[in-house]
Design a protein around this ligand. Sequence first.
Ligand code: GLN
Length: 486
Amino acid sequence: MDLTSLTIHGLSDKLKKKETTSVEVTKAFLKRMEEVEKKVHAFITVTADEALKRAAEADGRIAKGEGVTPLTGVPIAVKDIFCTKGVKTTCASRILDNFVPPYDSTVVRKLKEAGTVILGKNNMDEFAMGSSTENSAFSPTYNPWALDRVPGGSSGGSAASVAASECVASVGTDTGGSIRQPASCCGVVGIKPTYGRVSRFGMIAFASSLDQAGPFTKDVTDSAIMLNAIAGWDPSDSTSIKAEVPDYRTFLTAEVNGLKIGIPKEYFIEGMDKEVEDSVKEALEVLKKAGATLVPVTLPHTEYAVGVYYLVATAEASSNLARYDGVKYGLRVSETGGLLDMYKKTRDEGFGGEVKRRIMLGTYSLSAGYYDAYYKKASQVRTLIKNDFDAAFRSCDVIATPTAPTAAFKLGERVEDPLTMYLSDIFTISCNLAGIPGMSLPCGFTKDGLPIGLQILGRTLDEGTVLKTAYAYEQATEWHKRRPKL
Ligand code: GLN
């Protein structure tokens, strides 16, 4: 049997029954990487020795039956935005090319405590800015379903590594869609939890009021298992929420009788791909047959979401990225022309084009005289967007939409035109602005064999009902079982 094709729950069973060992599985993944990384490029750093060491430790615990969790010995990957103690963390930027963090992010610490084996750090768009992973300073990632297509972004490496079976699961981040859109493009399951549900400590900041970490997995059960491991209040992140974390697996009942699914008309727009629209509509019928009721809802401020996002996210980014100045850590260029010259040259050489564009946009909208007209106005409209969701959730339990207006696009197709690229996130951005949870799961394929994603949005802290809906759909369909041929 091909060990790399297993889910977390499948592998965990085998490990428990001693049908395989973590070392054996880890070796299988490292071999798989050797075969496919040349084509996919989902990793910036592979930590093979460390992984084998941790796998041996996991096998020791399994043999003794001590402290075993559903993740013990399971090989995973993390986006290169999460600080990893002693392991280079670049955020796919030249400015952090030589940065080795002295501590683990909370997400990584929790995953280590749960017993996972971290295989390496996934490729991404530089500082998580992008929708295609073409903004990585190192190399793009290629979509395992069609190597001339993008995997989505910014967590493209994380999504592609799961789709290509280079790891069982991975963790990415989502500021405006960066978990859900690549999950959709790569035919895997991705969930962005409620803002504050997962700690941001040690996760390199892009837009602090929007950033949130979440897992990529091969199915919904695995998603619940990963979320169980990483969710929860953290004293090191003052924006993390102090609330009980339920066992997300208890929501996986395949029981959606009486569940009300809101369908917002603003998410079925002209210009979206017909195949995407048809697949999503079919998916809604499947949920209806399973016992759910479809109710029309309206989110009237949706048309402002992309504009609001590019004001709020760039403003926060311009402030967050001010720390990369060549002084404390990271790249430093030229010390001969004085301090200001060193700042300028370091930032000029260290940041890529898209990051510079965002810093300039953000600095502009925060500057005196423009603050009220841009940043403040955007924050106000953000509240209206949140109010839309509150109103909609009075008449439904979850909201279902397409994840993205098209399937994965071709490499190079949108890089020259930032606005078209920004529009790739039209269906995912509002969720971050409102802080609510959102998920993408496979719901079909185009005739060219590209995956299509169904998005499910939920109420604040109600990841459970989102997972319940997704699980019911998954139980009734077979899409999640398809794997790309590489
Ligand atoms: N694609 C969006 C952007 O470029 C979202 C990125 C993200 O969620 N990190 O900002």
